[in-house]
Every structure is written in C-alpha cells, then in structure tokens.
Ligand binder design. Sequence first.
Ligand code: PLP
Length: 332
Amino acid sequence: MHPKINALLSRFPRVELVKWRTPIHYLPNVSAEIGIDVYVKRDDLTGFGIGGNKVRKLEFLLGDALAKDCDTVITLGAVHSNHAFVTALAAKSLGLEPVLILYGREELKGNYLLDKIMGIETRVFDVSRTSELLPIAERIKSELEEDGRRVYLIPPGGASPVGTLGYVRAAGEIYIQMKDLGIEFDAVVDAVGSGGTLAGLLLGSAIINAPWRVVGVDVGGFVENISNKVLGLAKEASELLGSNVRLKEPEIHDYGFGAYGKIVREVAELIRKVGSEEGIILDPVYTGKAFYGMLDLAKKGELGDRVLFIHTGGFPGVFHYGEELASLLGSF
Ligand SMILES: Cc1ncc(COP(=O)(O)O)c(C=O)c1O
C-alpha cells in the first residue's frame, strides 16, 4: 500500500474482501495493433464472488455498516446489476441480511440467476431507471426500521463518499505496482457507471501526485451530469479523509452507444477479439464499451504512449445478454 494513502485511510473501518493486489499485465496483441503499450489491471480478479470493482467499494461500505451496528443492507439497481449481487453476497457472508430493490425483466440468467441461487431477497419493481427506485428503497428502509431492523442503505453502484475510498486505495496500489514494473503510465482508463470508481481514482491519484491522467469512459448515461457527480463524490470523499488536495475536472468520454445497457455489434465483436487474442473476457454493458472507448482514444493519440485499462469485472453480463450477443455475432 502507498504510505500516504494508507495513513489517510487507516481510521476508516474496512473488511478485507480483496486478499491480494490484483495483477497488472501487458496486452501484447492489442498493443501491437494500436502502436502504444496497453496494460490491464485485473480488478475482475478482486476475488470475492464475481470479483470486479464493487468489491473494493464494499470493503469500506460494509466496514461502515458493521461499525454502525447495522443488521440489514439494502441496495438497488437493474436485475443484471453486478453491484447488487456482489453487495448481497458480501453482506450475507458477514452475517448481514441483504434486500435488493431491482427493476427489469425477471429472467433466470446473469446476476439475477446468481441472486436466486444464493437465496438473496429480491424485490423487483416496474420502473425503467435505477433513479426511480430511490424513493422505493427509502420507503422499504423505513418499513424495515419500524420492524426494528438496523438498515444500511448503499446507493446505486456503491457511489457514496465511503464507497469511493475503495478506489482511493486502489490508486495507491497502482502506483506501487507501476514502480515495481519500472514504467510510468500516461493514462489510467476505466468504465463510468455510477461514477464512484472514477471519483476514487481521481482523488487517490491527486493525493499521491500520480503521473497519469485519469480518463473515464461513460457507458451510456447511467446517471445524468456524470462529471458533476464524479467531482462531487471526489470532493466529499476528500473532506471525509481530511485532505485538502486540489481536484481537476474529471475527463469523461461518451462511448455509451446511445443508452446504458444497449448491446451493440462493435462491442460484441470486440469482446470476441480481446477474448480470443488476450484471454481477457470483457462484458457488453461496462468493460466492453470502456475498452472500445480506450482503443478509439488511443488511436487518436489522446492517451499518450502507455495506458492502463482497469478491468472492472462484470462477466455475468455476457450470460445475461447471451441472446443479444449471439444475434449480433451471427449464428454460433
Ligand atoms: C463491471 C462494472 N464496471 C464498471 C462499473 C462502473 O463503476 P462505477 O459505478 O463506479 O462508475 C460497474 C458498475 O456500475 C460495473 O458493474
């Protein structure tokens, strides 16, 4: 861990869900094709449940829930939500009772199938966006509290100042690994959904004065005014840490192809290509779009000579959107 970040984070309760530093490795075929060095940080291998970025946020969120003596955890999202499933799974493993507030078609696939296999309580509502679930989640929280439960409500994607600390910590980890590799990254790129991952990277990178630019790829307007949200989260997390670091406006590029959760041919083909060439499985909702954006920006010369892509996980999305991928890629 980076000593400066370690010192700032030491007073925050954290449950250890990630048992190792996730590896950073070079992608030889992708790099040769676009003419710059592309590395990947394997946060798909954070190692709890389905892995992914949310596990890092949950270390602090569930640490906070336990410190506040809660017994129930509520979170919300789409039925395919990686965040919802892994939150519920981690809560259960710590003896907390999870309740998931979801929207979307109840089909037994992807993360929703995993929710059911694990016996997680799900309540599915007929709305079309996660934001519309917020008042419903607040109401359910009050009802559970009236029954004597002590409820910790985790916002969509774990995007709270406390959740953001997970990627402040990750920025320190990246810095140490970069030094071990004897290289310097010009840019660190990640998928932007609820914004907490980017906010944490932005703040952590500023605290340690990292040499890289932090670049976000919006995967389709999961939230409106994403730049404001990311900057707001980073500022709130900075206040929480008592750091007075100056934060830059986040740099976010839109590669959502029109909508969050819209599955497109370009990304389906890229999932096949990167899987076949590098053995890395991307997903059609987050990392596939983010990788597509990273390649496009790199080809335009906008990311410098050496870039680190954060693989934020999400492979159950491949299974959730299997039929869409099959039809886009032609018959299997
Ligand atoms: C696999 C995956 N990648 C990236 C993201 C985006 O991260 P964030 O919500 O922190 O912006 C999410 C969740 O939204 C995700 O599940």
